[in-house]
Design a protein around this ligand. Sequence first.
Ligand code: NAP
Length: 306
Amino acid sequence: MERVTAVVGATGLLGGAICERLRASDLAVRALVRPTSAPDRVERLGAAGVELRRGDLKDRSSLDEFCQGARAVISTATSTASRQAGDSIQSVDLDGQLALVEAARRAGVEHFVFVSFAPMEVDFPLQRAKRAVEQALMRSGIPRYTLLQPTYFTEVWLSPGLGFDFLNAHARLLGRGLGRLNWISFEDVARFAAAALENPRAWNAVLQLGGEEALGQLDVVRLFQERSGRHWTLESVPEQVLRERFEGATDPLQRSLAALMLHVALGGPINPGPAMEALALRPSRVHDYVERVLAGQRGSLVEERP
Ligand SMILES: NC(=O)c1ccc[n+]([C@@H]2O[C@H](COP(=O)([O-])OP(=O)(O)OC[C@H]3O[C@@H](n4cnc5c(N)ncnc54)[C@H](OP(=O)(O)O)[C@@H]3O)[C@@H](O)[C@H]2O)c1
């Protein structure tokens, strides 16, 4: 019988894209879902032929059952956006992920793909949790590990939800908008995750994932302006304010979110070349994202016409 790839975080943005990609290659996929997971996301997984299993990273016995018979485990889960009662960086991103690594080892899983993020200079609870899980996975005795360390997702950080309001041609810049990052589409991270299962160059490897160009928020505003001919208005959150928010935050989640924002202001390019070379994949460009967004806007204008 074909052995299954078990995905934790499948009801999220990245995990959902990974499941769809694996199903498109006709691979057997199992997803961990919770009673509180978004019903439309659960339905979509079911419709794609994904086997649904109830569980929670805070419930160790559910993880043992979830890993049984799995060839590989991919974990994209995080408590940062979709938190339920009892979810926290400590209980989910740290203890829950460590429990999953241990459950996978006990179940004889051959390969564990963990989605972390590219190292940042600022020290904060989410980064500490990610690094601790990375270390535990490397030492776990699971025959193959892949640590994926993407930078910031284009569709999340360059979207209206986080102040990059392309609908109204307005941006809230973090700092002066000059911090350069190798933004990456979550769809590309999904491609790398799926490829890592099959490609030995991704086994027992740490792969930093990002787009080839390092751009500041202001560069992306310029791209939108050039491609749409529409002038953007700007506001900015001064770097000093971001630093004070980070230093003043006592709650681990607030401190982590403040750190992530501060890092956007400071910037921190990575070298995505080795991962691209190892997996023979080339991520899309921010230009492509801009084109997609603008095409969508034009599309919706057309649809609204009587
Ligand atoms: N956003 C970025 O720019 C970025 C950049 C680099 C790396 N990353 C990493 O990429 C990964 C995926 O991000 P994403 O945007 O796909 O996240 P997301 O959309 O918020 O999805 C989070 C997933 O984690 C699950 N989860 C949360 N608590 C859980 C628990 N107690 N037990 C089981 N599952 C739980 C959620 O399940 P429910 O639906 O049941 O709540 C959901 O499926 C994360 O690890 C993140 O750190 C993100």
